[in-house]
Design a protein around this ligand. Structure first.
Ligand SMILES: C[S@@+](CC[C@H](N)C(=O)[O-])C[C@H]1O[C@@H](n2cnc3c(N)ncnc32)[C@H](O)[C@@H]1O
Ligand SMILES: Nc1nc2[nH]cc(C(=O)O)c2c(=O)[nH]1
Ligand code: SF4
Ligand SMILES: [Mg+2]
Length: 213
């Protein structure tokens, strides 16, 4: 199968429990909750997306077969003066990665020594063999992937009761402030939520503060 890839880049994981780790980001093109076109945003199932995932025109974007894609990810990881290169991390995101991530690509990435993390909206079941599953539910959608490593809820989000998510099988329950025109108000709301509900933990989009991609 040929994968449609928006971009691939080396950076630090900015979000969640793995924030701060060096990682290659593999961003697939396309999402099942929004076309990615601004004129469709207000009618989309997910309306607050901060990402351009349309097309294959980004850095290292294009159409790849599994081995070639894993090879490009590995080449980006190996770019630099690496000592003790034992913790290779790829973060597979999008768009919605579960539209494309499959056994062949998982095997190819594992074959190159990568731990595979994924960022998903949870409306499609995660493939077998992913090492770190982050699910970020969107109000009004049916989340089928109710188990994983971290659940990362963008906040505030009308139509979601966070307490109802605590029965799902995740190790970490994280609240991430909604970025956008009211980012300051979102940060305040997220802080207030965690202060009142200590099962939840605040996560920030640290790459945005650091000027990283
Ligand atoms: C661009 S999405 C791609 C992966 C997948 N489609 C998903 O939604 O989880 C990556 C992460 O960014 C989060 N995100 C998207 N837009 C955001 C925003 N405006 N503010 C904060 N987080 C946002 C998503 O909830 C998700 O956790
Ligand atoms: N540095 C960095 N960390 C991230 N964590 C999740 C991201 C995403 O867009 O899925 C992201 C991203 O776009 N950049
Ligand atoms: S589900 Fe994820 S990629 Fe799709 S529009 Fe929402 S935040 Fe963006
Ligand atoms: Mg992002």
């Amino acid at each position: 199968m040929a994968y449609a890839v928006k971009e691939i880049f080396l950076t630090l994981q900015g979000e969640g429990m793995q924030a701060g780790r060096r990682a290659v980001f593999l961003r697939f093109a396309g999402c099942n909750l929004w076309s990615g076109r601004e004129q469709d945003r207000s009618r989309a199932a997910c309306t607050f997306c901060d990402t351009d995932f349309v097309g294959t025109d980004g850095e290292n974007g294009g159409r790849y077969e599994a081995e070639a894609l894993a090879g490009t990810v590995a080449a980006l990881w190996e770019d630099g003066d690496l000592a003790g290169d034992a913790r290779r991390l790829v973060v597979v995101t999008g768009g919605e990665p579960m539209l494309q991530l499959d056994a062949a690509l998982i095997a190819a990435l594992h074959g190159r020594g990568f731990e595979i993390a994924m960022e998903s909206n949870g409306t499609l079941a995660a493939a077998e063999g992913i090492d770190w599953i982050c699910v970020s539910p969107k109000a009004g959608t049916e989340v089928v992937q109710r188990a994983g490593d971290e659940l990362k809820l963008v906040w505030p989000q009308a139509g979601i009761d966070p307490e109802a998510l605590l029965g799902w099988d995740f190790d970490h329950f994280l609240i991430q402030p909604l970025d956008g025109p009211d980012a300051a108000a979102s940060r305040a709301a997220a802080i207030a939520y965690v202060m009142a509900h200590p099962r939840w933990r605040l996560t920030l989009q640290t790459h945005k503060m650091l000027g990283l991609p």
